[in-house]
Design a protein around this ligand. Structure first.
Ligand code: NAI
Length: 698
């Protein structure tokens, strides 16, 4: 039983005891139901308090039970809440820390609610592709009104209880407690012990929203802000139902919507992302108990695009940074960009002037390596050139204090080789931030064969502090993200060579849910980067085949938005892509030179080739141990590359398609003599899992 029972001064206290967040697992639910029965049977008990032990009231469903029959085992949450609601003696929820999801629904079933100051309240179910399933969509509008409830339920956002308690007309909280919660809750329970009839949220009516079009407007808005997502729309349906149906009918409606959503592909994908994020921080051979190194100060080398963004990540987390450059002008430029970024946030009201000044006060600059010697961690973000990096790491090796972590932000160079420049290779690691580094959530942690385990563990903890989703990658060309993205872009080139237009490929990718198609991404990032990589590859890996279209447009100087032309034309000062006659003529010429007769290519084929090219590479990445699990690959794509979150990432997408189907599609692509037929041989791991009826993600 994950709840305790104790009687104090005529009040039974049921204390939820299921660490870390008192999740409403079967044991906790049973503890509540049994406690209520005991309290109601005991003449000495006049009232009941339900409180959470530890730091929070209740975080909602027990995630350990997710996907298992235990989640719905008796007594389920509906039965538990009904037991609370039907208790003959008053039940007071005493809420502190957090009341989320099922935890808030449980509290809403109680007759009274007292809340500690500073508590956070939320119904976050929408974020995992479902609606609240135990009356939340019906009861919350009854206590907070339609507008507030709709906002909370459709966004899943946490709201401070203090703010809700202060709202005029709110019926969620009976008392806001500043101080010790339990004695206050017991005193409150005693004060209402004899009051009858017992109040119930079920007896409250829901006023229709002031704006008659509120629901239509909410749906339209969510179609834009939570594009293609099903759950937010269904949340609106449920809240609307609350305005039309009595509580029991509304709950039945909500239950039906919940049942449909919980088994949907979107909910599966969002659950995968939820658990994938937690799993990413676990490294199979680095135990949680690994001692961490202290990281209280950081040095960043290079104040360019990446160095500036990386510096901001640490300043934002309250960690002092010393920024090192070669020349004062470079420092001034870099610090100027950081200031401008913060000032833009202040102007938009996203950052207070005080916080801006506090952050800038944590930043110091230097031209001398001696000045950074005492930093606990140093991150290099200088030019992408092995000789330059080698010089930097040689200097770091000479000056840094023993135990300092030496990290490189390289996007393509061999971290093993960088480590070998030093006499302390175990302290060296790759930290591949994504641009803009202060915004993007992904951090690829590149583990060299030399990296010490405590350095891995420390870096994962630091990543959490700076609010990054850290995913571990082994050393290989492109690491996880860019190595797979390369295959995606390569297919894009083949597709236009064979007959698709640039616009068709981008539109099909965007309809699939990517934020931008491959050609628009190329124009944004700069086509010259890939051009340079292909040149290098022609020497290092001459058997990698590319369609010549990519190089052909670069030879015309079409490097992308920064020069006003790339795969598209751009009007001066505008980012709107305009189809380019010159690009089409260039593609026509490649076709003519290669003797390719263009054919009509369906949007379906475009999407499958783009995504499955990544999947095949992803399978190789898993096989080689570059990624330790498929969900890590998916996290890279969800947090760093704009892969649609409701599809769960490329590896889950393949699993949902079914790996035998994936293999069959690849066979079809291999039969196409254009492009790179050999590439479509399924990776051995993919073939093996498909034949065993298994998936990548388990
Ligand atoms: P950048 O050219 O904007 O900045 C490089 C800065 O390093 C310049 O300010 C330069 O003065 C400074 N620098 C060069 N040599 C130095 C030295 N020996 N000592 C001190 N400072 C020195 O380049 P960017 O884009 O910031 O890239 C930096 C690193 O980050 C590269 O390794 C790049 O591959 C990697 N990276 C870049 C991404 C991007 O989107 N730009 C994404 C992820 C990684």
């Amino acid at each position: 039983m994950s709840a305790t029972y104790q009687v104090t001064d005529g009040v039974a206290v049921i204390s939820l005891a299921n660490p870390p967040v008192n999740g409403l697992g079967q044991g906790t639910r049973a503890g509540i139901v049994d406690g209520l029965a005991q309290a109601n049977a005991d003449a000495a008990v006049k009232a009941v308090v339900i409180i959470g032990s530890g730091k929070v009231f209740c975080g909602g469903a027990d995630i350990k039970e997710f996907g298992s029959p235990k989640a719905f085992a008796a007594p389920d949450l509906h039965v538990t809440i009904a037991a609370v609601e039907q208790s003959a003696k008053p039940v007071v929820a005493a809420i502190h820390g957090v009341a989320m999801g099922g935890g808030l629904e449980l509290a809403l079933g109680c007759h009274y609610r007292v809340v500690a100051k500073g508590t956070q309240i939320a119904l976050p179910e929408v974020n995992i592709g479902i609606v609240p399933g135990a009356g939340g969509t019906q009861r919350l509008p009854r206590v907070l009104g339609v507008e507030t409830a709709l906002q909370m339920i459709t966004t899943g956002a946490s709201v401070p209880a203090d703010k809700l308690a202060a709202a005029p007309g709110q019926k969620l909280f009976n008392q806001l407690v500043d101080g010790d919660l339990l004695p206050a809750a017991i005193a409150f329970a005693q004060s209402v012990a004899d009051a009858r009839p017992l109040p119930s949220v079920r007896d409250l009516s829901v006023a229709a929203p002031a704006d008659a079009d509120a629901f239509a407007k909410a749906r339209a808005e969510l179609a834009k802000t939570r594009k293609n997502l099903e759950a937010p729309q269904r949340c609106v349906d449920c809240v609307e139902a609350a305005t039309k149906l009595d509580l029991d009918a509304g709950i039945a409606y909500e239950r039906d919507v919940f049942a449909k959503l919980v088994t949907s592909d979107q909910a599966r994908a969002l659950r995968h992302a939820f658990f994938g994020e937690r799993a990413a921080s676990k490294i199979p051979d680095v135990p949680d108990t690994t001692p961490l190194r202290d990281v209280k100060s950081v040095a960043v080398i290079g104040a360019g695009t990446m160095g500036g963004g990386i510096t901001m990540c640490f300043l934002n987390a309250g960690i002092p940074v010393k920024l090192l450059e070669m020349k004062q002008e470079a420092i001034d430029r870099g610090v100027g960009v950081i200031r401008k970024n913060y000032e833009a946030q202040v102007a938009k009201g996203k950052l207070s002037q005080d916080k801006y000044e506090q952050r800038m006060a944590l930043l110091t600059t230097t031209l001398s390596y001696e000045d950074i010697a005492q930093a606990d961690m140093v991150i290099e973000a200088v030019f992408e050139d092995m000789d330059v990096k080698a010089q930097v790491f040689t200097q770091l090796d000479a000056v840094m204090k023993p135990g300092a972590i030496l990290a490189s932000n390289t996007s393509t160079l061999d971290v093993d080789k960088i480590a070998e420049v030093t006499k302390r290779p175990g302290d060296v690691i790759g930290l591949h931030f994504f641009s803009p580094a202060n915004v993007m959530r992904l951090l690829e942690v590149v583990r060299s064969k030399h990296t010490a385990k405590d350095v891995m563990a420390t870096v994962m903890a630091v990543a959490k502090k700076i609010k990054k989703v850290a995913v571990v990658s082994g050393v290989c060309d492109g690491f996880i993200g860019n190595r797979m993205f390369e295959q995606y872009v390569r297919q894009g080139f083949f597709l236009v060579e064979e007959g698709a237009t640039v616009q068709q490929v981008d539109k099909a990718a965007e309809a699939f849910g990517w934020a931008m198609g491959p050609f628009r991404v190329g124009d944004l990032a700069g086509n010259d980067i890939g051009f340079a990589i292909r040149k290098r590859r022609k020497v290092e890996q001459p058997d990698v085949i590319y369609s010549p279209v990519g190089d052909a447009i670069c030879e015309l100087g079409r490097f992308g938005q920064k020069v006003g032309k790339g795969w598209y034309d751009y009007e001066v000062g505008k980012r709107e892509p305009v189809p380019s006659a010159e690009v089409q003529a260039c593609i026509d010429k490649v076709r003519a030179d290669k003797g390719v007769t263009p054919r009509a290519i369906s949007d379906d084929e475009i999407v499958q080739r783009l995504v499955l090219a990544m999947v095949n590479e992803g399978a190789k990445i898993l096989e080689e141990g570059i990624a330790s699990k498929a969900s890590d690959i998916d996290m890279v794509y969800l947090t760093g590359y704009g892969f649609p979150v409701y599809r769960g990432g490329p590896m889950l997408y393949a699993d949902m398609l079914g790996l035998p189907k994936v293999v069959e599609l690849m066979k079809g692509f291999a039969a196409n003599p254009n492009g790179d037929p050999a590439f479509w041989t399924p990776a051995p791991l993919l073939a093996q899992l498909a034949s065993q009826g298994k998936g990548f993600t388990g």
